[in-house]
Design a protein around this ligand. Structure first.
Ligand code: TA6
Length: 305
């Protein structure tokens, strides 16, 4: 439970009247963006962007389950979980938490600013500590820049503070809201090789047509820098995910059976979401020499069809 002083201190140092405030919700601290351009929430736990709705959009761009936990040590089911430093199961330790530790780690606020036209930028920071070193024996500093305005810009930078190189995986694990995933199509991945996690990790090649999901889908598309476009005829909009510094894109929907097995996901919520994840995973893991930095960013926007 954050102490009042922590909130008071954050508000005093980083709050911006009419644009950015800090509050406590469910024992977690969140930054709340509220401007003429956008509304959104960023939890300090996991630097988790849990809400984003630009002005003019009736429906939020990001999906969050109504069953999600908002509690210390629990990842929020939706928004943009920040996956680092491994994706999925940890290769050398199956008992390690899936998707690394960053998404439940306590980030600090490094800076915050609001510019004249309703855009808010928050920079959150995570440094290696004894706990992270036990899970992953490397020294790093991670900085996550979240910019909310007409678009949502997420930029995750990792710096190697160790004396030797290290390799890591990462993903901006973005849950997008769609009217009905069975009617939406995903463009941008034609001809791309992917690892099919619902078919024995087989490597397959995507066809030429825009992707339309027809069942549980869990694919890691490799060696792709492409912009993905989710065309949503039900909500009458397209969601565009541009990216830099990312060579993998993950597409995921649990579908009905898998959804039933997820305590923090409503049985009937799966048609309203699709994950388009800006990642570096599997063959595309990042190797950083000592002192080097790598930034992975996604620029997400909604546009009329
Ligand atoms: O990115 C897709 C995926 O790796 C799926 O395999 C599924 O596990 C999803 O992430 C959600 O993982 P989580 O640990 O948040 O339940």
């Amino acid at each position: 439970m954050p102490s009042g002083t922590k909130l008071d201190d954050l508000q005093a140092r980083f709050g911006v009247a009419g644009a950015l405030r800090f509050e406590e919700a469910g024992g977690l601290v969140r930054a709340v963006v509220a401007t003429a351009r956008a509304q959104g929430d960023v939890y300090l736990q996991g630097a988790h962007v849990a809400r984003y709705r630009p002005a003019g959009q009736q429906q939020p761009v990001l999906f969050v389950s109504t069953r999600s936990a908002f509690a210390a040590g629990k990842a929020i089911r939706g928004g943009v979980p920040l996956i680092f430093p491994w994706f999925g199961a940890k290769a050398d330790n199956p008992s390690a938490p899936q998707h690394g530790f960053a998404r439940v780690a306590a980030f600090d606020v490094e800076s915050a600013r609001a510019d004249g036209d309703g855009k808010v930028t928050l920079v959150l920071r995570l440094e290696a500590d004894a706990a992270s070193r036990r899970a992953w024996p490397h020294d790093f500093v991670a900085r996550y820049r979240v910019t909310m305005g007409e678009t949502l810009e997420l930029a995750f930078e990792v710096e190697n503070r160790s004396a030797s190189p290290f390799a890591y995986e990462e993903a901006l694990h973005t849950y997008l809201t769609v009217g009905d995933v069975r009617k939406a199509t995903i463009g941008g991945l034609a001809g791309t090789t992917f690892i099919d996690k619902v078919d024995g990790l087989k490597r397959k090649r995507e066809g030429a047509a825009p992707i339309q999901l027809g069942g549980e889908t869990d694919r890691v598309y490799l060696d792709t820098t492409a912009t993905c476009v989710v065309d949503d005829p039900v909500l009458g909009r397209r969601l565009v995910v541009d990216k830099q510094g990312s060579a993998s894109t993950v597409v995921w929907n649990p579908w009905n059976e898998k959804a039933k097995g997820m305590a923090d996901f409503g049985d009937d919520e799966w048609p309203r979401m699709v994950c388009i994840e800006t990642a570096n995973a599997a063959d595309n893991a990042v190797t950083l020499p000592p002192g080097a930095k790598h930034e992975t960013s996604a620029l997400i926007r909604a546009e009329a069809r």
